[in-house]
Design a protein around this ligand. Structure first.
Ligand code: SF4
Ligand code: SF4
Length: 360
């Protein structure tokens, strides 16, 4: 209703001022200056203010999640995890690293979500910061090529999207009151597939050109690289991930960015869909078709459709938040990691002509 519209408008305006008109934030920035001086020894910027508000919002709304899901161990642990990773890894440790004359670095941010990881100024910072900088560079690359596929194989993309990621942390706490607003239509799902994989392709192409430019001296590549960085930073980094990704919580649900735009979610999703032990099992016999699970799925998955047919849910977009299971009055849904065999349990008698949707 009107409260959601006011909140959404406020959030959108906040992001627009943060990215493009920071001069209007000077007073607010000064309020957090003492904390910035204490942590990093540097005066506060609008980005420090943003990190502070972001972390505070996750902590306050995280406490709300503890109260809302008391008695549900999975939700309690998951909420504690995102609160911890945001406070320690995204906010405190990078600032303290600066105090120790080391590069500002969030150890849990992974390319391609961390889209400037391979930018020349980042690589130069790593290489000129001795052993610590080299460790950060190797750590970031190991996360991309080993941690993501390995953890996603064993636990699904939930290990990152619902337990570690800052965007996911905000969505699961601040965005929780809006999770039912996610569009469940087939049209939304089609847009989602094209958009999220399109952003992934763009991030990969931009990074490959960036790396090629780093090792060559062609001025042509340098121009293309700069233009791509400007475009990606404006369109994806600021407008999509920030203004739309968070400002549209009250209009399109709490996972707009994760569902339609995050290139890391696309990468995690591909592993989850084709090579993972994660699935949500459904005891279809118990389902009373109340639709709670579908209503509260923040990723727009029609969970009930699977539950009614007794089919496991194996979808690239599922972030394993577990809320479908938490709101089911019959205990039908269970988030499980198990053998890959039989993970997709299609039942040809029950599914009839709807098999196309099962394979989605
Ligand atoms: S299917 Fe369930 S666990 Fe997966 S995103 Fe939807 S609500 Fe969360
Ligand atoms: S919440 Fe449970 S009982 Fe209701 S439709 Fe979903 S699986 Fe069926």
């Amino acid at each position: 209703g009107w409260l959601g519209m006011i909140t959404g408008t406020y959030l959108i305006l906040f992001y627009i001022i943060l990215y493009w008109f920071p001069a209007y934030m000077v007073n607010a920035v000064w309020m957090v200056n003492p904390l910035s001086l204490l942590l990093s020894g540097n005066p506060a910027s609008q980005w420090f203010l943003y990190g502070f508000i972001y972390t505070l919002a996750i902590l306050v709304m995280g406490i709300r999640m503890f109260r809302k899901y008391r008695g549900n161990k999975y939700q309690q642990l998951r909420t504690a995890s995102v609160m911890f990773f945001q406070t320690a890894f995204a906010f405190l440790i990078p600032e303290i690293l600066v105090l120790l004359n080391q590069p500002y670095y969030d150890f849990k941010n992974i390319w391609p979500l961390d889209y400037d990881f391979f930018y020349d100024y980042q690589i130069s910072t790593f290489l000129s910061s001795g052993g610590v900088g080299m460790f950060m560079l190797i750590w970031g690359i190991l996360l991309i090529i080993i941690a993501v596929p390995l953890f996603t194989y064993f636990y699904g993309k939930r290990w990152y999207c619902s337990w570690v990621c800052g965007c996911g942390g905000l969505a699961e706490t601040v965005g929780d009151p809006y999770r039912q607003l996610s569009d469940k239509s087939l049209k939304a799902w089609n847009i989602e597939r094209y958009l999220i994989h399109g952003v992934l392709v763009l991030a990969v192409v931009m990074t490959l050109i960036t790396i090629a430019n780093y090792f060559s001296s062609f001025s042509f590549l340098g121009n293309v690289t700069n233009q791509l960085h400007s475009f990606y930073g404006f369109a994806i980094g600021s407008a999509f991930a920030g203004v739309v990704g968070t400002g549209f919580y009250p209009f399109m649900g709490n996972r707009v960015w994760c569902r339609f735009g995050c290139p890391l979610a696309a990468y995690l999703g591909m592993v989850q869909r084709f090579k993972s032990r994660f699935r949500i099992t459904t005891n279809g016999g118990q389902c009373i078709s109340c639709g709670n699970c579908s209503t509260y799925c923040e990723m727009g998955i029609d969970v009930r459709w699977y539950a009614q047919r007794g089919q496991n849910i194996v979808r690239s977009s599922c972030v394993g938040c577990g809320v479908c299971s938490a709101v089911c009055p019959r205990g039908v849904l269970k988030l499980e990691n198990g053998p890959e065999e039989g993970r997709i349990n299609e039942n040809p008698i029950l599914i009839g002509n709807d098999s196309i949707k099962v394979n989605a």
